[in-house]
Design a binder for this molecule. Structure first.
Ligand code: DGL
Length: 268
């Protein structure tokens, strides 16, 4: 079986880890949350690229057979550099604007992502490949990531801020909303409260994990086979709170896995 690294600026990539544990529970995972530096979405491109590369090298140094960059912002700014620097499969995530444009009935799609993702060349290049008939209402979700990081995904404060961010999307009449940041699947309940049940929410975690699965088929897997692999959670801020937020936010029963939480030690 394989050892898979999953990296995000914070707890958002737990939405990808959750799906990976559902589809591929037999593998072992190291989840690295750079919560001390979240949010990345309002930082400079150079900073995001350098930091993402450092942390992916850290994961590779721990023996990971593949890494999921479970962060739209880091993927947009750094995926090429990470792929050139490391000799293992690197899987990125990007806002699902293509599936959204195909699923929308009225061709009006909201995109909620970080400012850095929306401004990135990678996102805009992807947007340029799509048919012109679809209107994309882009909205930076400023302030949402810190609230999710502090365990307030379902709070009144989050609902209020989210209502402001979703207003232009609602006014435009979007029937589809792209969750363009891995933190945002944890806002599903709040989004449904504000926009109702009929809007289609596009979350790419299933597609990302299927891509991981395909990549794993191409590499030799040297770790011993198990029914349920181990999960190591590493935080640059607070290991205990990463563990408790993972238990709260994820639908996977972490009790089935052997789970440990540690602080990031960059000297290792
Ligand atoms: N989870 C992230 C993403 O998918 C980054 C959020 C942030 O740190 O701003 O974009």
């Amino acid at each position: 079986m394989a050892l898979i690294g999953v990296f995000d600026s914070g707890v958002g990539g737990l939405s990808i880890l959750d799906e990976a544990l559902r589809q591929l529970p037999q593998h072992s995972y190291i989840y690295l949350a750079d919560s001390a530096n979240a949010p990345y979405g309002e930082k400079s491109s150079d900073w995001i690229a350098a930091r993402s590369l450092t942390l992916c090298k850290h994961l590779a140094g721990k023996g990971c057979d593949a890494i999921v960059v479970a962060c739209n912002t880091a993927t947009a700014q750094a995926i090429q550099q990470i792929r050139s620097a490391l000799d293992i499969p690197i899987i990125g995530v990007e806002p699902g604007i293509k599936p959204a444009s195909m699923q929308s009935q009225n061709n009006i799609v909201g995109v909620l992502a970080t400012e850095a993702t929306l401004k990135s060349d990678k996102f805009n290049a992807l947007l340029a490949t799509l048919p012109k008939g679809c209107q994309f209402v882009k909205q930076a979700g400023a302030g949402l990531v810190p609230l999710i990081e502090s365990g307030k995904a379902d709070s009144e404060e989050t609902l209020e801020l989210l209502a402001n961010h979703l207003e232009p999307i609602q006014i435009a009449g979007a029937d589809t909303l792209v969750l363009g940041c891995t933190h945002f699947p944890f806002l599903r309940k709040a989004i449904r409260k504000l926009l109702g049940e009929s809007i289609t929410l596009i979350d790419t975690s299933d597609a990302v994990v299927r891509q991981l699965k395909r990549q794993l088929e191409t590499i030799e897997q040297t770790h011993p086979s198990k029914e349920c692999g181990e999960v190591l959670l590493i935080s640059s801020k607070n290991a205990d709170s990463l563990l408790s937020i993972a238990q709260e936010l994820m639908s996977t029963d972490l009790g089935l896995h052997s789970v440990a939480a540690r602080m990031l030690s960059e000297a290792q």
